[in-house]
Structure formats: structure tokens, C-alpha cells
Design a protein around this ligand. Structure first.
Ligand code: PGA
Length: 262
């Protein structure tokens, strides 16, 4: 069986409860249900609970955008993976915004990945190099360190239940036209799979779902999704617009049909 395509809407720190609910309603109306595409919504922590009540779980799965690695305790202001267990299927871990604005280290991200797996939540682990790192020729080394540290505590069985998102930091939310070339994405995703093959064997590397993220919109989605080894997209800005996001899901379905007939 062909792997399902995974399209994740990362709403970041946008939308209050009312706005999130309106968007979910629109997505219900506009997104066609395709068996070969899994659509995941990642609302803010505040709106996760109300959205979980109204969303049709047969059509959309939910993801948190982050969580705290300890299961419970004195960690004022935090929400744990254990608390999210009934609400979400996925949790984004190590998003570049967390690494950048909240100074999350590879070690902390490793603990979050372990906590997600321990609580049966699928981590969507984000990796990617910054502009300077790329310019210095350190892109691969950075991604290698991010991957090997984050996955350190996982067994091969655990690897079946994780998702990796390659997000070059220099191509995220760029409104100045700087986007990653499909060939650059292809190269790094092949590299990521090779790392997984070295650590966990070729089957794990083949079964693993790897997403691309970074300014994906309804126009460029096809270029990324049709690449070999790209199993979906992590969409930020364009996921806040129901028309754009619905179109991306439609493109994902078309690409799946084409890939299946190859
Ligand atoms: P973007 O965000 O699509 O706005 O670049 C991607 C992301 O948040 O991961």
C-alpha cells in the first residue's frame, strides 16, 4: 500500500476560539475527503479543546504545536503530553520557532520526542538549518545533529510512529520570494532518509513519513509533494486561508493518484 499523504495545518499563534471554529467549519465544507490524504489541524493550545469537540474526527486529526516533556509537576504554565493524550494524535516538536524564540536545545527536543512516544502521541519532529548555517556549508551537519539527538532514545519500533518535517529555517514564512528549490528539498530529504537507514535499517527509512515545510502554498505544493520521498507538507501561513489550504489538500490527492500509477 502506498503511504498516505500527510498535510498539516500549523496555525501557530493565530486565531481565537471563534475564528478557529469558523475556519474548521469552512474546511469541513471545502475539503473533500480522500482516503489517500490525512489532514491534520494544529490549533493553539487554547483552542484545541473546543475544536476537538466540534471537529469530525473521521476527516481531520488534531495536533498540538508543542508540549512539555514531564508528565506532571510544578511546571507552571506548561501542558504535558500526558494531558494531551485524549485530544491529539500528533504533536509538533522542535519547530524552528521553538528553537529560535524559546531557545529549545536538541536535548530538550529529544526529551519531548520521548515524552510524545511514551504517551502514544506521534511527534512531528521538525529539523532544518538556518540561512547562515547553509551558507557556511553546515546544513547537513546541523540536520544530522538535530536528528541523531532527537531520536537517541527511540527503538526501531518507535520509529514507525514518528514523522519528520524538513523545514529549512530560511524558507519558512518568507514573504520576500525566497523559497527552497525542489532540488534542495529533495537532496536534504534523501539525506534524512539515509540517516534513518543507517540508524534503524532500510525498512524503517522507507516506511518513515517525511514532510516538507517552508512557505508551501497552493501554487508550489505540487513541486514539493511530487518529489520522491516527500510524504506531505507542514503548512503555516497558507493554512489560515481555507481556500488555499483546501487547494493544497486537493493537490496532495492528485499527486497521490499520480504517484500510485507510476
Ligand atoms: P509557512 O510555515 O508555511 O508559513 O512557511 C511553515 C511552518 O510553520 O512550519
Amino acid at each position: 500500500m502506498h503511504k498516505k499523504s500527510l498535510i498539516v495545518a500549523n496555525w501557530k499563534m493565530h486565531l481565537n476560539t471563534h475564528q478557529a471554529s469558523t475556519l474548521v467549519h469552512r474546511l469541513h465544507e471545502h475539503i473533500q475527503h480522500h482516503r489517500d490524504v490525512e489532514v491534520v489541524l494544529a490549533p493553539s493550545m487554547l483552542t484545541l479543546q473546543p475544536i476537538s469537540v466540534e471537529v469530525d474526527r473521521r476527516r481531520f486529526r488534531l495536533s498540538a504545536q508543542d508540549a512539555y516533556p514531564k508528565d506532571e509537576g510544578v511546571y507552571t504554565g506548561e501542558v504535558s503530553f500526558a494531558m494531551l493524550g485524549d485530544l491529539v494524535h500528533y504533536c509538533i516538536v522542535g519547530h524552528s520557532a521553538r528553537r529560535l524564540y524559546f531557545e529549545e536545545s536538541n536535548d530538550l527536543i529529544r526529551d519531548k520526542v520521548s515524552a510524545a512516544v511514551r504517551n502514544e502521541i506521534v511527534p512531528i519532529l521538525c529539523v532544518g538549518e538556518t540561512k547562515t548555517e547553509r551558507e557556511n556549508g553546515e546544513g547537513r551537519a546541523v540536520v544530522h545533529a538535530q536528528l541523531t539527538t532527537a531520536l537517541m532514545n527511540l527503538t526501531s519500533a518507535d520509529i514507525e510512529n514518528i514523522v519528520i518535517a524538513y523545514e529549512p529555517v530560511w524558507a519558512i514564512s518568507t514573504f520576500d520570494g525566497i523559497i527552497a528549490k525542489p532540488s534542495e528539498v529533495q537532496e536534504m530529504i534523501t539525506y534524512i532518509r539515509r540517516q534513518i537507514a543507517d540508524l534503524y535499517g532500510p525498512k524503517a527509512a522507507q516506511d518513515l513519513r517525511v514532510l516538507y515545510g517552508g512557505s508551501v502554498n497552493e501554487h508550489d505544493a505540487r513541486d514539493y509533494l511530487s518529489l520522491d520521498g516527500v510524504d506531505g507538507a507542514l503548512v503555516g501561513a497558507a493554512s489560515l486561508n481555507y481556500k488555499q489550504f483546501s487547494e493544497i489538500v486537493a493537490v496532495a490527492h492528485n499527486v497521490q493518484v499520480e504517484k500510485a500509477s507510476r
